[in-house]
Design a protein around this ligand. Structure first.
Ligand code: ATP
Length: 355
């Protein structure tokens, strides 16, 4: 991946989001850049740890890798199927564990017959006992993680992304997952592992990406990065509450003030091809799309007006003035009074039929 960014619009209310659709400038909407240009090259068979303090962008990055959310700009090339395990991600609370297994497997492209074949293995791996028939909304976070992990590993992805899902399981389940992860690595699959537990990171990862307020602080061998990170967290812990707050605020302000010009500067400094920041035109409506939408709306309103006024389009084109004239009332074929009696008779008949 090259220069991956993620910009969020910080709407105050849901209605502001709808209003923004029809605005031609979003200058008054506060923006927040959760990722400010992330570069990373990872190979098959690698196990990559993602670390960083709260809000540094780990989950945003893993969700982009998993295809759950699109990046704002940047080039992303993924060779293979990805599967993400985050606590409860993609699980439907109203459905039982068993129904969720089927749903998630079908959504990942398996057929019903294939789900039948692996269902027992998934149930055995999740080891939820009778809870497998209970709605997932009644599960603890550890139980959701078990179910998510069991489904994800049985879908046999090429790239497995584990976002904090191991931090909520008990020891026995953790050991089972570690064995499975090792098996994945041996099969040459790629693993991204998001965790606050440096012990787990040291045990499972070859290389580590340290995210810091939307930027890559370090990407290197596990031992090197973990040692630097420990030094940073030890320094940070020693700071007064006030100093910690102003340190965090300083970075958050930079993430709010970040923009396309700064991104272009970064690309230039790194001698990257300016094309990398283009990325997919997703996530935002272009000016052309907005104008097309407005033209479509005008056309719909015009055609409805023609229809509402009871005139044919050709008639209106010939004499546009007719659009604003009230059409003459059409004389009913049957006198209204007779019609009313008929309608009353009919409704009485229907009521009798219903009784
Ligand atoms: N939908 C959203 N809208 C606005 N801001 C968001 C959204 N999602 C995440 N953010 C912000 O983006 C930043 C990165 O969030 P992210 O969840 O990726 O961090 P993280 O490193 O995974 O944190 P944690 O360790 O707490 O899980 C945070 O400042 C967060 O507030």
């Amino acid at each position: 991946m090259q220069m991956i960014t993620k910009e969020y619009d910080l709407y105050k209310k849901k209605s502001d989001k709808v209003k923004a659709l029809f605005k031609f400038s979003d200058a008054d909407i506060p923006h927040f850049w959760a990722l400010k240009g992330v570069d990373m090259e990872v190979y098959a068979g690698e196990s990559i740890g993602l670390i960083g303090i709260n809000g540094s962008g780990k989950s945003t990055l893993s969700n982009i890798l998993a295809g759950i959310i699109p990046q704002t700009t940047g080039q992303l090339e993924i060779n293979g199927e990805t599967s993400i395990i985050a606590i409860g991600a993609g699980l439907k609370g109203q459905l039982t564990g068993l129904e969720n297994i089927r749903l998630k497997c079908l959504m990942s492209g398996l057929t019903n017959a294939e789900v039948d074949d692996i269902q027992e293995d998934i149930i055995a791996f999740a080891d939820l006992g009778a809870f497998i028939d209970q709605p997932v909304k009644n599960y603890s976070s550890g139980m959701k993680s078990r179910l998510g992990f069991a489904v994800a590993v049985h879908n046999n992805p090429d790239i497995l992304i584990i976002d904090e899902a191991l931090s909520v399981g008990d020891d026995t389940f953790y050991q089972k997952c570690v064995e499975r992860i090792e098996q994945f690595k041996a099969e040459g699959k790629t693993i991204f592992f998001v965790s606050h537990s440096l012990g787990q990171i040291e045990k499972l990862c070859n290389r580590v990406l340290w995210m810091h307020y939307g930027e890559v602080k370090m990407f290197d061998e596990t031992a090197k990065v973990v040692s630097e990170y420990k030094e940073f967290t030890a320094w940070f812990r020693k700071q007064s509450a006030e100093d910690k707050k102003s340190y965090q605020q300083g970075f958050k302000d930079q993430q709010t003030a970040f923009n396309e010009e700064e991104l272009a500067k970064k690309v230039d400094e790194k001698n990257q091809d300016p094309e990398v920041i283009k990325g997919p035109p997703i996530g935002k409506m272009s000016l052309l799309t907005k104008w097309s939408l407005v033209l479509m709306l005008v056309a719909i309103v015009f055609l409805s007006a023609v229809n509402l006024n009871g005139r044919a389009l050709t008639e209106i084109i010939k004499q546009p003035g007719l659009l604003f004239e009230k059409p003459k009332p059409i004389k009913p074929a049957v006198p209204i009074k007779a019609n009313k009696t008929k309608a009353a008779e009919l409704s009485q008949h229907i009521i009798y039929e219903l009784i």
